[in-house]
Design a protein around this ligand. Sequence first.
Ligand code: SAM
Ligand code: SF4
Length: 325
Amino acid sequence: MDVNEFIQESKENVLSGVGITSEDATKLFNIPEEFLSELGRAANQITREFNGNKVDVEQLNNIKKNSCSEDCSFCGQSAFFDTKIETYQLPSPQEVVTRAKKAKDEGAESYCLVAAWREPSPNDFDKVCQIIEQVNEQVDISLECSLGFLSEPQAKKLKELHVKRYNHNLETAKSKFSEICTTHTYEDRMKTLQIARNAGLELCTGGIIGLGETRKQRLELVLELASIYPEEVTINILVPVPGTPLELQTPLEKSEIIRMFSIIRFLLPESMIKISGGRETNLDDSGEELLQSGANGIITSGYLTMGGNEAKKDINMIKKIGLEI
Ligand code: SAM
Ligand code: SF4
């Protein structure tokens, strides 16, 4: 069977619900460069079939910034690195309500509260709960959280407060993890995902590509994500932050990024697949091609420590390629 036939057969297997094996995924992940656009097109057909034309537009709110106790080598918010990023503690519930309302007015459907810490202290967790209660009361927006490691009672509390989805990234392949972080383990991250799922929260997980991992390690991460089957996969493309150990990291080729998104779609046809940090810095088209090669979500209006496209610009881009918000 030639490569094009293999792509089409794999696509039909996904569309009919049979799915593909990890061997097929490995073959697809390594197809020669000249077949990449065909792979992207097939991933796009799977996306449209299972998810329609809608693109999820999300905004983030970094509710606690910088001075994190962990040493994740890509992260500008780690206290281990001198990155000159401003530091702030939790804002008042009313401040978050105002920002969530603005996000909603700008077209965002989901709003994620993110905190740069290893895990919430009991006191900080109580404050985050007060913020969530106020946003729930005053803004009609789907609320998500990314608060680091969770205990079982904390996860249950978030569920009680109607948090829809919990984000916690595996970051990279298990075989690479100890090179990018020494203050916690891959298993620690897996444990929080399990706790969140057991509490009934939907899962959002993924990682960062372009950390110097091999293609084989990117595939390792993809297969792990497929085995978890999260409701949402979030893929960041490294933004090298001055002052971090990865500040001089060579950017990934766009073709590697397309491989990644396309194969995730083949393996997780129904999940939301979001292009997260690094979209504007690593992709000269702001993600247009990826939104037609498997992805169906973006983060708009900036990230945790960096600016991004204005919501209006992103929404115009989505409409221009015939998709909807
Ligand atoms: N501290 C919590 C944690 O680690 O789970 C909360 C979220 S953490 C601040 C948010 C995510 O941003 C990380 O998991 C990582 O995937 C992504 N991220 C951090 N630095 C990045 C960078 N320089 N480029 C791209 N993505 C990055
Ligand atoms: Fe801390 Fe999260 Fe950044 Fe790691 S990724 S240093 S845990 S904020």
